[in-house]
Design a protein around this ligand. Sequence first.
Ligand code: ADP
Length: 332
Amino acid sequence: MFRSATLRLTVWYTIIIMAVSLVFSTALYIISRGQLESSLRRQWLRRIDQRLNIVVQPNDISADLTEGSARLLNYLLEFNLIILALSVFASYKLARHTLEPIEEAHTAQARFTADASHELRTPLTAMKAEIEVALRDKKLTIKEARELLNSNLEEVSKLELLSNALLKLAQTNRDTIALRQTNALEVVSGAVERVKKQAQLHSISIKNDVRNIKFVGDSTSLTELFVVLLDNAIKYSPEKSVVTVTCRKSGGCVAISVEDKGAGIPAKDLPNIFDRFYRVDNSRSKLKTEGYGLGLSIAKKVADLHGGSIEVTSTVGKGSVFTVKLPIEQKK
Ligand code: ADP
């Protein structure tokens, strides 16, 4: 699809360049021919030998004019052939340059749709298979039916989790955010409040050392960002450990760090963890956690919308530090 679009665009760019070149060449030809004619006339007039009283007929210059015009036409033809060759090359490059970002976005969208469909299909297939087997079993007991319903409920919860994550991703996929004065303490406290129950469930304590640093941002989406980071810190940490949130001013930014003493992330996975649907294989650390690999891509999108960034340092077996840097003032 993009190959033929590139070729079509190349042809159109070439036609436009050649049309401009031909219009200029024609104008140049007409003007130059007129000037050539008047200059030939002047030359002939100067050569008239007054003494012999030769009268020059206009026909006498026509041979020179035809020869000069033919030479001019030749130059213009060669010039246009060179322009044609150069414009085909330049048009192809320009067409590639124009279509490349669209092609990349299209490929990313197709990959995302395929990944999302795959994630949606897995629990649905499991549920369908279980229900079919149960329906075929004429001697299905109440106990077995309950087990089946429990298992189905688990799959439905997974689907709910995925649809929530997809919805959040769609919400962050806009280009603007509602900016207002907010502060680091308000944003982080809101996020801590939302993960408190989950932390208690895993006997993990959250140490909130964030100060009241004011900055301009969208507190709702930023709270969402810190929910993702805190949720991960809890999910990937052993029971009874501590998750610490700190903040400081750094240049024109407020830098907020979430530190855990959990499983850590292997160096080879670090460049990919912000990609959609990317999950680190935690089989070796025996961590079985729920998730679809969408949290960090949502967090990164929120940071990007603020003109900020997320950095991560991590050591396997020791823990991770995620640092979010956000500009204190937003550029108008
Ligand atoms: P998930 O829903 O799988 O947690 P994320 O996008 O939030 O998706 O994270 C991507 C992957 O990065 C996770 O699967 C996990 O392996 C790794 N990860 C993220 N945060 C941490 C952390 N604090 N400690 C260890 N691993 C982490």
